[in-house]
Design a protein around this ligand. Structure first.
Ligand SMILES: CC(C)(COP(=O)(O)OP(=O)(O)OC[C@H]1O[C@@H](n2cnc3c(N)ncnc32)[C@H](O)[C@@H]1OP(=O)(O)O)[C@@H](O)C(=O)NCCC(=O)NCCS
Length: 177
C-alpha cells in the first residue's frame, strides 16, 4: 500500500533512512560523513519537520504495518542556480528522496512509488519533476532513466564534510487537459 505519511511516521522513516541512505552513497564515502548526514538531514526530528511542511509530501510504501520505502517531494521553486539553468519544465517539483528497503529491490516497489510520486506532482500543477542523483549511483540512475527521467545537468551535493557530484535528472509531466 502506498499512502501519504503523517506525523506518527517520523520515527519509522528515520529508521528506514538509516538503512537505505548508505546504499545511495559512493563506495568511498566515510562512515563519519554518512553519520553526520543522517543526523543533520534524516533524523526523527528532521522527518517531523518535513511532515509539518505544507510544501512537502512524503509517500510511503507500507506492508504489514512496516515501512518498506518512501519518497519525499518538495513543491517549491529550486534555488540552486545549476538546477534552475538545467530545467526546461517549470514549475518543477523536486523528488528529493527515493528509497526502498533492500529486501524490496527488484520487485516493482520502486516503480509503484515513482508513479504515485509523479501523480502527486501533477496534482500540484507541476510541469515537471527533477532530482539529483550521485553520479556513481548506477543502479538508481538506471531506475530513473527507466522511469522516464533524462539527464539535464550536474550539481554538487554536500555529504557530511565532503562535496559530491550529482547528476540532475528531469521528467516532463504530460500537460493536463
Ligand atoms: C533506486 C531504487 C529505489 C530502485 O529500486 P529497485 O527496486 O532497485 O529498482 P528497479 O525497479 O529498477 O529493480 C531492479 C531490477 O529488478 C527488476 N524488476 C523490477 N520490478 C520487477 C518485478 N516486479 N519483477 C521482476 N523484476 C523486477 C528491474 O527490471 C530491474 O532490473 P534491471 O536492473 O536489470 O533493469 C533502489 O535501488 C534503492 O532504494 N536504492 C538505494 C537508495 C538509492 O540509491 N536511492 C536513490 C537516491 S537518489
Amino acid at each position: 500500500m502506498i499512502r501519504k505519511a503523517g506525523a506518527g511516521d517520523a520515527a519509522a522513516l528515520a529508521d528506514l533512512a538509516a538503512v537505505t541512505f548508505p546504499l545511495a552513497c559512493p563506495p568511498g564515502s566515510s562512515p563519519e560523513d554518512i553519520r553526520i548526514h543522517l543526523k543533520r538531514t534524516l533524523s526523527e526530528d528532521r522527518f517531523a519537520e518535513y511532515l509539518a511542511d505544507s510544501k512537502i509530501a512524503i509517500l510511503v510504501l507500507e506492508e504489514g504495518g512496516q515501512l518498506d520505502g518512501y519518497t519525499l517531494l518538495v513543491d517549491r521553486q529550486a534555488t540552486d542556480p545549476d538546477v534552475l539553468r538545467a530545467l526546461s519544465a517549470q514549475p518543477s517539483v523536486e523528488l528529493s528522496k527515493c528509497y526502498v528497503h533492500p529486501d524490496h529491490h527488484g520487485r516493482g516497489a520502486a516503480s509503484a512509488l515513482m508513479l504515485a510520486s509523479l501523480d502527486w506532482a501533477a496534482d500540484q500543477g507541476a510541469a515537471g519533476v527533477w532530482l539529483g542523483v550521485n553520479s556513481e549511483n548506477a543502479k538508481a540512475i538506471r531506475f530513473y532513466e527507466k522511469s522516464g527521467f533524462t539527464r539535464v545537468g550536474t550539481k554538487s551535493f554536500t555529504l557530511g564534510d565532503s562535496v559530491e557530484n550529482d547528476f540532475i535528472l528531469e521528467y516532463a509531466l504530460p500537460r493536463k487537459v
